[in-house]
Ligand binder design. Structure first.
Ligand SMILES: Nc1ncnc2c1ncn2[C@@H]1O[C@H](COP(=O)(O)OP(=O)(O)OP(=O)(O)O)[C@@H](O)[C@H]1O
Length: 202
């Protein structure tokens, strides 16, 4: 499987944020997108996820078109917001996502154990600390299989042990043939094969 971006330009509020971004990632490879605040890292991830249109260029996913006919449907997008309902329990939130995205991954309790939150599935999401919320959002990546993980500052708010655990989960995803594009200010904790450095804006 190969994720490719060709000549991507991104705009926000009618203003060109970046242009001429190209890359190719084979199964098992990760791309760390780095650069200063406002460089367009989130914008790029959202374009890849199909959440924003590209001003120019295109993103394609090839190699298993029968199973993954489009890029958007093949992606998990972990944004700054955690995409959980405050009033539902942690486990109910994950059960919702598993039903919504497809029961092709771990059960909610298994996913919670994988992020070290096995004991708190019964708590309302609203009760969780910032780091626990982030770890629950990471558990969402595990309840339904998607080959491409798009991660925006995935380790923000995580303590060192949680960041190491997540790093191991990312390595497992790559070892299983997955692809990762991560916007990050911090090292991801494994040898990223490529870095895409986005420019300074102002
Ligand atoms: N909805 C919007 N309308 C207009 N401009 C926007 C909008 N969203 C973002 N921008 C602008 O687009 C630029 C790129 O933002 P983006 O969030 O992609 O940067 P980033 O590299 O992810 O930054 P950070 O490291 O701070 O997360 C910024 O100047 C931002 O102010």
């Amino acid at each position: 499987m190969r994720l490719a971006a060709e000549g991507l330009s991104g705009e926000r509020g009618g203003e060109r944020i970046f242009s001429g971004i190209s890359f190719e990632l084979e199964s098992g490879r990760a791309l760390a997108v780095t650069g200063p605040n406002g460089a367009g890292k989130t914008t790029l991830l959202r374009i890849i996820a199909g959440l924003l249109p590209a001003a120019e260029g295109r993103v394609t996913l090839s190699g298993d078109e029968e199973r993954w006919p489009g890029v958007a449907g093949a992606c998990h997008y972990l944004g700054h917001l955690n995409a959980m309902k405050a009033a539902l329990t942690v486990e109910e939130n994950l059960a919702f996502w598993r039903a919504f995205l497809g029961a092709t991954g771990l059960f909610p309790q298994e996913a919670l154990e994988a992020v070290g939150l096995g004991g708190i599935g019964h708590l309302p999401f609203a009760y969780l600390s910032a780091g626990q919320r982030r770890r629950t959002a990471i558990a969402r990546l595990l309840v339904s299989h998607r080959p491409v993980w798009l991660l925006d500052e995935p380790t923000a708010g995580l303590d060192q042990a949680s960041a190491s655990r997540f790093s191991a989960l990312m390595r497992e995803h790559l070892a299983a043939g997955g692809i990762i594009v991560a916007a990050t200010h911090l090292p991801l904790g494994f040898e990223t094969v490529e870095e895409l450095r986005m420019g300074k804006r102002q």
